[in-house]
Ligand binder design. Structure first.
Ligand code: GKR
Ligand code: MG
Length: 421
């Protein structure tokens, strides 16, 4: 049984005005749903970024994998690498660091690999985590991912989450998410306001939830000096400090101080491809890597990353961008099969307010997603929702994510400068 078609459907879903160091989320988030079809109703699902330059790369590769066995994922990776060659498409999918030709190829390969694993699971009658070594846990923990946010997009009514600009509002947001989903750890997306203001929010969270592990991630908005100061002030409050400052050298300089304090530094910005690992390890720049199968090359390459991290004593967590239920399922199967995953994973799921392309999205209960035991990924495409969300993609007119440009509708002179403080 070989692949007969790879279908790519860009979709859009409503996204609240969430703030980060680069600006603010636009009213629509974009994704692409990838269906790898082997005929006779056998279809595997993948999900990836929805910006046009990325879709164009996917479109180049899609016809080339027709005729290939869905078990031959190494062969498919070779096909993707050969087609894209030295293509180095800028990474415009959120704050996920630099791009490289290999990262570009792995990013294009990823949703095809996930869809092939879904197919392999359906063909063998095994859940995807069994194809990755089997589950070491029954449920994968996720953290409450807090964002500073405006009450509404310009011209729209307030969304159900409301405004979150002060420490009290951030604590109220945490309460909403924890009451609804039972999260057992908290991450605040920082880098939106001066650090002292954000540290006040962290202290308010610590006072409200003294028993929960906390993290802050300013996406490299701080200088080395500011980051060192934050590390000192946040001792005993943070389980890790995520991407305080740009680059492996900057992170190493922060780590020199943080190490003495027993505070690990984490990243999804300065170690974003295998080629970054040797320097990161030599400099001891980071103590935790947030893996993300969307740009590390799928689930098996992410497991390879986990192995390297384990060898070098680096902890493993999981990064997210705005995503839908196919990605949540893929993250859950991967998280289930990785003994190295010792931190709750990030997810943007609560921010999508139930919008999804799958029929019954995996629920988050008691802060975790129960690992599916049915064949493949364990999620089914809702074709009506797919069609509707594709119409939204066409209607919304967005073709790339541009947090900085959109921020200028709120703050006319906004510039994406990092480090800012
Ligand atoms: O969704 O605005 C966002 C996040 O800031 C995202 O783009 C980041 O890539 O969640 C991410 C992170 O941990 O850096
Ligand atoms: Mg991050």
């Amino acid at each position: 049984m070989n692949i007969v078609e790879v279908r790519l459907t860009p979709v859009a879903f409503a996204d609240p005005p969430l703030l980060n160091a680069a600006g603010v989320h636009e009213p629509w988030a974009l994704r692409t749903i990838v269906e790898v079809d082997c005929g006779d109703g056998l279809v595997g699902l993948g999900e990836t970024y929805g910006d046009l330059p990325h879709i164009e790369l996917l479109r180049r590769v899609a016809p080339l994998v027709v005729g290939v066995d869905p078990f031959a994922t190494s062969r498919i990776l070779e096909i993707v690498r050969a087609e894209l060659g030295a293509t180095d498409a800028p990474d415009r999918h959120g704050l996920t660091g630099v791009s490289t030709p290999e990262k570009t190829a792995l990013r294009v390969f990823s949703p095809i690999e996930v869809a092939c694993l879904d197919l392999q699971g359906q063909l063998t009658g095994r859940p995807v985590h069994d194809l990755l070594g089997g589950a070491v846990r029954d449920a994968v923990p996720f953290s409450a991912y807090l964002f500073y946010k405006y009450a509404a997009h310009p011209g729209a009514g307030s969304d159900p989450f409301g405004e979150a600009l002060t420490p009290d509002q951030i604590v109220a947001q945490a309460r909403t998410l924890i009451d609804r989903y039972g999260f057992g750890s908290i991450k605040l997306k920082g880098g939106a306001f001066p650090p002292d203001q954000e540290l006040d929010a962290m202290r308010a969270l610590r006072d409200a939830y003294p028993e929960l592990p906390l993290r802050i991630d300013p996406n490299a908005a701080w200088t080395v000096e500011t980051s060192q100061r934050v590390a000192r002030e946040m001792v005993g409050i943070l389980e890790y400090l995520e991407d305080p400052t740009p680059g492996l050298a900057g992170m190493a300089a922060v780590a020199d101080v943080a190490r003495e304090l027993g505070m690990p530094l984490a990243t999804n910005m300065c170690v974003v491809a295998f080629e970054h690992l040797p320097e990161a390890i030599a400099r001891d720049s980071v103590q935790v890597v947030l893996s993300d199968h969307h740009y590390w090359g799928g689930l098996r390459q992410s497991a390879r990353l986990a192995g390297i991290c384990q060898t070098w004593g680096i902890g493993l967590s999981m990064h997210s961008n705005s995503h839908l239920g196919i990605s949540l399922a893929a993250m859950t199967h991967l998280g289930a099969a990785l003994p190295e995953l010792t931190y709750a994973a990030d997810t943007h799921t609560p921010w999508q307010l139930g919008a999804d392309v799958v029929e019954s999205p995996l629920p988050i209960v008691d802060g975790a997603v129960r690992v599916p035991t049915t064949p493949g990924l364990g999620v089914t495409l809702d074709r009506d929702a797919l069609a509707r969300m594709h119409e939204d993609y066409v209607k919304c007119g967005l073709t790339e994510r541009n947090d900085a440009g959109y921020m200028r509708t709120f703050v006319p002179d906004f510039e994406d400068v990092r480090p800012r403080w």
